[in-house]
Design a protein around this ligand. Structure first.
Ligand SMILES: O=C[C@H](O)COP(=O)(O)O
Length: 333
């Protein structure tokens, strides 16, 4: 299917609340299934390379897809110099990501981002700033980004972020378990993280740029889903290679495989280095083609991004006014 034949996301429904259904409870580790997972790297890279080159959606269809993308952003700040004031500004942006006049010109209701994503120390200011908005706070946890602090500390960090009000926890896996092929250890770790999260949803960050091969990405995706991950996420944003289209193909095909065999839907979050509106549309189109419309809701798809919203806003403003504004006129925080 080409992008030309994709039905547009309706601008009138871009703001609809997320659909909810039972979480992925996980299944016992199935090593035969894990070890049978392969990745045909050259075929995957060929398909990925063809995606950005195709004709994209235009005009009101493009605006509608961009509004949809905003509702799926985990608006993120993960900097060593984060402050409560910066987080408060980010949260204000999450509550009103598009200027009122632009929304009015587009004829759509107000929308929000999917979540705000911060370090543990910034959870409380974020919860405070988002109170009453319905926007969840996601905390990166478990010794983010390397995940190399002692396991009891990583688990305690999850518990503290949940106690502080985070309802989504982005954990980082131990890359060494993947590189050493120790799938049982990865499963046990993921299971412990999932249990520590309680009712909070857990996103498993694979740090795919450090896993060595697409086959490892496929296997790690399966193991994390078997251990109860609600989402699988590509990257911390701190690796030298973050979200890519080949990795996305591998991970969403693992999600499809897991759904086909278990009936359980797991979400997908590409993160790191996604900063252009055009790229966001490429990702959404790929999700639509490979997984279908159900995965285009914020409960099953998120972008982890700190600067993507800025470019989307510029494109939407261009759509309604015919002129591009400078990037600095759309500060995120
Ligand atoms: O999880 C989110 C990423 O850290 C954001 O990465 P970015 O700053 O490259 O958009």
């Amino acid at each position: 299917m080409s992008v030309d034949t994709i039905q547009p996301v309706s601008a009138a429904t871009a703001h609809l609340p997320q659909v909810t259904e039972p979480r992925n409870a996980g299944i016992p580790l199935d090593l035969n299934w894990v070890l049978s997972a392969q990745a045909n790297t050259s075929a995957i890279e060929r398909r990925a390379a063809s995606l950005p080159a195709r004709r994209s959606v235009k005009k009101e269809y493009q605006a509608a897809w961009l509004l949809k993308a905003i509702t799926c952003i985990d608006l993120t700040t993960l900097s060593g110099d984060d402050t409560a004031r910066r987080v408060a500004r980010l949260c204000a942006k999450a509550k009103q990501p598009v200027a009122t006049k632009t929304l009015a010109a587009l004829g759509v209701e107000p929308i929000t981002t999917g979540a705000v994503c911060v370090y543990h120390e910034m959870v409380e200011p974020a919860v405070e700033a988002l109170r009453g908005s319905g926007i969840p706070v996601a905390a990166v946890s478990t010794g983010f980004p390397a995940g190399l602090s002692p396991l009891p500390l990583r688990i305690a960090e999850i518990e503290q972020s949940v106690a502080a009000g985070a309802t989504e926890i982005d954990i980082v896996i131990s890359r060494r378990h993947v590189l050493e092929g120790n799938w049982q250890a990865l499963y046990d770790e993921m299971r412990a993280f999932r249990d520590a999260c309680g009712e909070a949803h857990v996103k498993a960050i694979l740090a795919t740029g450090e896993l060595g091969s697409l086959r490892n990405v496929a296997r790690a995706s399966l193991v994390c889903m078997m251990a109860g991950a609600d989402f699988i996420k590509t990257s911390t944003g701190k690796e030298s290679v973050n979200a890519t289209l080949p990795v996305t193909l591998v991970m969403i095909r693992a999600i499809r495989d897991y759904y086909d065999r278990t009936g359980l839907r797991v979400g997908y979050k590409p993160a790191g280095g996604i900063s252009k509106a055009k790229d966001a549309i490429t990702y959404l189109a790929l999700i639509k083609e490979e997984l279908g419309d159900r995965w285009l809701q914020p409960d099953l798809f998120r972008f982890g991004a700190s600067s993507l919203l800025n470019d989307i806003e510029r494109q939407l403003e261009h759509h309604v006014s015919g002129a591009y504004s400078a990037g600095y006129r759309h500060p995120t925080s």
